[in-house]
Design a protein around this ligand. Structure first.
Ligand SMILES: Cc1ncc(COP(=O)(O)O)c(C=O)c1O
Length: 291
């Protein structure tokens, strides 16, 4: 049950399309080259969560790729159209809202832009809340590359996710549930579809830590919302650089993202690490309040 709404200047509220029928030209550069950007956000009861942060990141990704994006209002109207159509067809359950933007068909200078809404896959969050076995995978570049090599588009949410999906398959083929990328200089980066967060308590000070954006990771909207809420609740915050030893010695480690929210990591490369159901509960409650 997927609802598709194309952004189309002739349809200011967005043009609803049949998700079971062909809708893109086979020459669309998003399909042929992965040349485009996207966002995935959660909607609850027909209301998008953190839409402002997702639209900001979409605009930043589009800017990095020098892609023209429809204006914010056009995205907002298409999302509203797609969510009300999804409410009619599928009811009020949680939904995944994707915003997609490609460079358009070969030879045209018009980008292709659409919104899709589909139900959150059943059981995905419940399964990951049980705890994830994670493997560390080498991403093959050092943590200072982003600044030196802007053409690599590090930190943009591009449609070229084949590597991220391959990393997840590799993790699963090796008995794990998920992966954390590391840099060639030994720094912790991010998961293929998530941000890494860890908690440590020292001398009574509770701190949340995450890798620094300068290492070329995607700026996570869930991490940002959680950090803002945690800071207001008295937590200290820190931003990398982090190494695997910090994960092994933390009080708790999570992979966080918009759809799955906080997923506790329970082992790394087969070694059990400390986790804390109480902290997961506390931070999940803070995140729910913030969303
Ligand atoms: C590479 C990567 N890092 C982090 C995230 C988490 O981002 P957000 O919290 O905005 O969903 C994602 C989300 O899909 C991702 O693909």
């Amino acid at each position: 049950m997927t609802v598709l709404v194309f952004l189309d200047p002739r349809h200011p509220e967005g043009r609803i399309a049949d998700a079971a029928a062909p809708a893109l030209l086979a020459t669309d550069l998003g399909a042929t080259r992965g040349d485009g950007v996207f966002e995935s956000m959660l909607a609850v009861g027909g209301q998008p969560r953190k839409m402002g942060a997702h639209l900001d990141r979409l605009a930043a990704s589009a800017h990095t790729l020098e892609l023209d994006s429809p204006d914010r209002g056009a995205w907002e109207r298409a999302v509203a159209t797609a969510l009300s159509e999804h409410l009619l067809r599928a009811g009020t359950g949680e939904a995944v809202v994707k915003l997609l933007l490609t460079r358009g068909a070969e030879g045209s200078d018009a980008p292709t832009a659409w919104v899709s809404v589909s139900p959150v896959p059943a059981g995905a969050r419940e399964r990951s809340s049980q705890g994830l076995a994670v493997v560390l995978l080498d991403r093959g570049y050092d943590s200072t590359l982003a600044e030196r090599a802007p053409w690599l588009l590090l930190g943009a949410k591009t449609l070229s996710y084949a590597v991220n999906m391959a990393a997840l398959r590799y993790a699963k083929a090796n008995g794990a549930d998920d992966a954390i990328f590391t840099s060639s200089d030994g720094k912790v980066l991010e998961g293929p579809t998530s941000t890494v967060i860890l908690a440590v308590e020292e001398d009574g000070v509770k701190t949340l830590l995450t890798p620094e954006l300068e290492s070329g990771i995607l700026p996570g909207t869930t991490q940002r919302a959680l950090f803002d809420a945690a800071e207001a609740a008295g937590w200290a915050l820190g931003y990398g650089p982090l190494e695997p030893v910090h994960l092994m010695e933390a009080d708790a480690v999570w992979l966080v993202s918009s759809i799955r929210l906080l997923a506790p990591v329970t082992s790394i490369d087969g070694t059990p690490i400390s986790s804390s159901p109480a902290l997961t509960e506390e931070l999940t409650a803070l995140l729910h309040e913030a969303l």
